[in-house]
Every structure is written in C-alpha cells, then in structure tokens.
Design a protein around this ligand. Structure first.
Ligand code: H2B
Length: 93
C-alpha cells in the first residue's frame, strides 16, 4: 500500500500541480462544462486512467460541473498515487 505523504511533501507536490486544492487530506478540482452531457463525457474519460492505476477518484456531478476528489482510502490520506492521478486528470479535456 502507498505511504501517506508528510505535510511538507504534500505542500511541495501541490505547488507543482495547478488547478487543484488540498482540503483536509484530499486533493480537489472543480471542472465546468457546457452541459450535463459534456460533464458525463469527462467523467467517462476518468475510467480508463483510474482502472489502469487501480486508484479511483470520488466524483460529484451537478449538471455541468464535476468535482473530482482524490484521497487514498486504504491509507487514510494523501499518497503519491493521488498526485500521480491528479496529474493525469489535469491533461484530460
Ligand atoms: C485493491 C484495490 O487496489 C484498492 O482497494 C484500491 C482501489 N482504488 C482505490 N482508490 C482510492 N482512491 N483509494 C484507495 O485506497 C483505493 N484502493
């Protein structure tokens, strides 16, 4: 299982990642699309990278907005796996 990152490591990694905030041991990003269909299309694009990494985002959909939250449930906080997946998700349009 991936190891929990220290606060210093989290701070450093978060600084090199744009568009994400760190909220109580979670990484979060909010993406906005033209409509619900476009939001769902984005969510569908998260499936392959999540399955490949065996690491899965928590997802909230509200009409045209998608909130993606990353945390490592097994470890009880943020690990390198969350930052790796965040970097991949950032590339998805
Ligand atoms: C066995 C399996 O790989 C684990 O349970 C994985 C699956 N996906 C996961 N995703 C996330 N976000 N956190 C986890 O701890 C986690 N655990």
């Amino acid at each position: 299982m991936a190891q929990l990152l220290t606060k210093t490591e989290i701070h450093k990694l978060a600084n090199s990642l744009s568009g994400w905030t760190v909220e109580s041991n979670k990484l979060q990003t909010l993406r906005k699309f033209k409509d619900f269909v476009a939001a769902i299309e984005f969510v569908n694009k998260l499936v392959e990278p999540a399955e490949s990494a065996a690491h899965h985002p928590d997802i909230e959909i509200s009409y045209n907005k998608v909130k993606v939250t990353l945390t490592t449930h097994d470890a009880g906080g943020l690990t390198q796996e969350d930052f790796d997946l965040a970097a991949i998700i950032s590339q998805i349009v």
